[in-house]
Structure formats: C-alpha cells, structure tokens
Design a protein around this ligand. Structure first.
Ligand SMILES: *[C@@H]1O[C@H](CO)[C@@H](O)[C@H](O)[C@H]1NC(C)=O
Ligand SMILES: [Zn+2]
Ligand SMILES: [Zn+2]
Length: 274
C-alpha cells in the first residue's frame, strides 16, 4: 500500500461523511419520488386536456350548475397549489425518504432484480385500500374530537374537484395513508420496481377519484369494482358510504357501498350534461 493510499483511507475512515457509506443507495428512492411526480404530472396534463381542451366532459354532480364549472377556479393556480400541498406531497416525500434512508423498509425493497412484479402491485393496492378503509371508517366513527382534528378538514368539500385530493390535515394523512403504507410494506415484500409502480398508481388514483368530471374510463372501472370519481363523490356528499378509495370491494363486503346512480343530484351514467 502506498503512502497516498494510506492517507486516502485514513481520511475516508475518519471523515464525518463516512456515515453516508452506510446509507442505502438513494437511487431507488430518487427513482420512486420521480415516478410519483411524473404520475402526478401526467394526471394533471390529462386533466387539463380533458377539462379545458376537450370541453365535453360530464360533471359528477349537477346540483350546482349555476356555477360555470370552467370558471369555478383558475386551473394553473390550483395546479401549482396541488403540487405544493404540505399534507400530501411534502409529508409523503418525507415518509418515503426517511423510511428508505433509515433502512426501515424490508430488504426486498432495496433490490432491482425481476422488474415490476404486477401480482404484488395488485396485492399492495388491495391491502393498502383495505387498511385505508378501516382507518377512514375509524376516523369517522371513533370519536367526534378525533374526527374534527383528523378528517373533518377534508370533508369541507361536498363537491370536490381534482385538486382537492390532498387538501386535508397532517393527522389525516398520517392515519389514512402513512400508517397503512408502512403496514402494507411490511406485509408485502416486493422489489423497488413494484414499489414504484404501486406508489405511482396509488397516488394517481387518489387524485383522479376527486375529479369533478367523470373520466372516460369510469364505466369500465365501475364494471371491475375499481373506484371512480362518482363513487368517491358519494362519500364527500353523504359521508356514511364509500369509505374505500381505490376499489369498491371493501365497501361491498362490509355493506357500506352506495352506487352513484342512486344519489339524486348526481349525473346518471347514461345522461350527458355539459
Ligand atoms: C384547501 O382548500 C381550501 C378551501 O377550498 C383553500 O382555501 C386552501 O387554500 C386549500 N389549501 C391548499 C394548500 O391548497
Ligand atoms: Zn376525498
Ligand atoms: Zn371521509
């Protein structure tokens, strides 16, 4: 070993940055954050075209037609506020970073081999939605005080728009999203690709179901029992139905499902209202 090698290794082992050697490779984390961000950008881009360019989109709720849906809010301003949402992305980003860098994720999450394991992605979505269903139900039912501080802020929207998706409270995000996420991660051991796919689909779906417009694929989603904007609007309007978000399975199993067609003020799926 040469003198210079010795000096280098000495500097390295005593450097305060040595602790960084022990951090998990952040590439997986950065790819995950980028995937979620890209998913959100695509959702907002699609929604811009569908709402502002296509111009023939059907509203979910038609009881306040005295408000012109197109001038109800300034799209660009709401889009910017959406990405700056503290309760959603800042808290979620911190959760993802801390659990990754502190090595709190199961070992499989740090592996790249095998590509996207789609069966595990579906399993994560089902489990996450079930845990979120119970957390959501508990927030509504356990105590009036808990409800007021956790979930009530999100319920100020009785006719939500897409950009209201992550407008709630920190406690709500913690109970309904982060605790279920960590539980799901510890029960489903998938690789980093599958985690990225799950996270991107999950965050995109949570955004899409708040849309004030019926999406072009919602008839298909309803057929499959996947959550639609109308399903989630029923919850915002009537509070005691449709606690699930990504799927309607848990509501159907536990008897809390209500079809949007049965709500008088909702646009029926066959009727076109501009
Ligand atoms: C949440 O929604 C309320 C009511 O529409 C709005 O005043 C507030 O600015 C929103 N918060 C964020 C961070 O967008
Ligand atoms: Zn909601
Ligand atoms: Zn609720």
């Amino acid at each position: 070993m040469s003198v210079s090698d010795n000096i280098t290794s000495h500097l390295f082992t005593t450097s305060p940055f040595r602790v960084m050697d022990k951090l998990p490779n952040p590439i997986g984390l950065l790819c995950g954050l980028a995937a979620v961000a890209l998913g959100q950008i695509l959702v907002v881009a699609y929604f811009h075209v569908y709402r502002n360019v296509y111009g023939n989109a059907r509203l979910v709720q038609n009881d306040d037609l005295h408000v012109n849906p197109k001038t109800r809010y300034a799209f660009a301003k709401e889009a910017i506020a959406h990405f700056a949402q503290l309760e959603g992305f800042v808290l979620l980003g911190s959760y993802l970073s801390v659990t990754w860098l502190a090595n709190w994720m199961p070992a499989s999450y740090y592996r790249w081999e095998g590509g996207v394991q789609w069966h595990l992605v579906v399993l994560q979505l089902l489990l996450q939605d079930m845990l979120q269903y119970f957390a959501h139900y508990a927030e509504h039912k356990v105590s009036a005080t808990f409800y007021r501080y956790s979930h009530k802020p999100h319920h100020r929207f009785t006719n939500p728009k897409l950009f209201d998706a992550f407008n709630g409270s920190l406690l709500d995000t913690l109970c309904m999203i982060l605790i279920p996420l960590y539980t799901t991660a510890n029960l489903v051991h998938c690789n980093v690709w599958s985690y990225m796919a799950f996270g991107t689909i999950y965050s995109s779906m949570l955004t899409l179901i708040h849309s004030e417009y019926v999406h072009p694929w919602d008839d298909l989603f309803r057929l499959l029992g996947v959550g639609t904007a109308a399903d989630h609007h029923v919850h915002h309007k009537q509070f005691v139905y449709n606690y699930g978000h990504i799927f309607t399975y848990w509501d159907r199993i536990f008897g809390t499902y209500r079809c949007p067609d049965d709500v008088r003020t909702f646009t029926k799926s066959t009727k076109k209202v501009q």
